[in-house]
Design a protein around this ligand. Structure first.
Ligand SMILES: C[S@@+](CC[C@H](N)C(=O)[O-])C[C@H]1O[C@@H](n2cnc3c(N)ncnc32)[C@H](O)[C@@H]1O
Length: 244
């Protein structure tokens, strides 16, 4: 859906640019000014279509960057390599769900403070990214067991590297929606606003009473959290805590 919206915004913006050229009697020759105008129009259409913020930035830059790349006369294999790299990092983000961005160190410390002092505590990070957050937690709490679930190949490999030498940290390559949460005492997620209703349904169906769901940055719509932790980082991260 998000990819279709993006395609529609790009195409419509080019149609508008072409129509503008016809009306003004200007030749429709690819140039940087035209690409910039197209980018601005595509971004505006993206806003009207209520696309996520990162799509607006992509719309703004897409045509100017394409034009610049064409002028550099790069070999086709370069484009293929960039596409492959982005695919392995962002995986299914094009479907409009969850991109890769990482929790700050301060957020990891705030999460650490939230973990109950209970030996054998089970903690999972749904969408573990490169595993930096879990590494920090696993080092600080050798008595607890941490699991990271990540489906994008490159972040998964980075997380595996980050987990080296830590017997209480396991990284699994799988789809977080297929992982049962029944055995977890604390579930951490830093995903996107779009998936929060689905995550809440999953947590309610699978997590045991008394266990804790912590969502970084994105609250569950219409559900009051037990507490909200204000993290002193540059992003102004907030941790929304829901007791099952
Ligand atoms: C915003 S990042 C958070 C990374 C890490 N948890 C942190 O806080 O630093 C979200 C991660 O979730 C991963 N992800 C998104 N959808 C997923 C899915 N269905 N299954 C597993 N991982 C997923 C993305 O690839 C990305 O690495």
């Amino acid at each position: 859906m998000a990819a279709l919206k993006a395609l529609a915004a790009q195409l419509l913006a080019w149609v508008l640019v072409a129509a503008g050229c016809v009306v003004l009697g200007r030749p429709l020759v690819p140039s940087l000014p035209l690409a910039v105008v197209q980018g601005v129009l595509a971004a505006c259409i993206g806003v009207l279509l209520r696309s996520e913020r990162w799509w607006i930035a992509i719309h703004l830059l897409f045509s100017p960057a394409l034009l610049a790349a064409l002028r550099l006369d790069l070999p086709p294999v370069f484009a293929l390599a960039v596409l492959a790299g982005l695919t392995f990092v962002f995986w299914t983000t094009f479907r409009g769900e969850v991109p890769l961005f990482l929790s700050s160190r301060a957020a990891a410390d705030a999460l650490l403070d939230l973990l109950p002092q209970q030996a054998g505590l089970q903690v999972v990070d749904l969408g573990a990214g490169t595993g930096g957050l879990l590494r920090r937690l696993a080092q600080a709490r050798p008595d607890a067991r941490f699991t990271g679930i990540e489906h994008a190949p490159l972040p998964y490999l980075a997380a595996r590297l980050n987990a080296r030498g830590l017997a209480n940290l396991a990284i699994r390559r799988s789809d977080l929606w297929r992982r049962p949460l029944g055995g977890q005492d604390v579930v951490y997620a830093f995903l996107s606003p779009r998936v929060m209703p689905r995550l809440w349904e999953k947590a309610r169906a699978e997590m045991r009473p008394g266990t804790l769901l912590v969502s970084s940055s994105f609250p569950v719509p219409d559900i009051a959290p037990e507490q909200v932790i204000e993290v002193p980082d540059r992003r102004g991260t907030r941790l929304f805590c829901y007791r099952m």
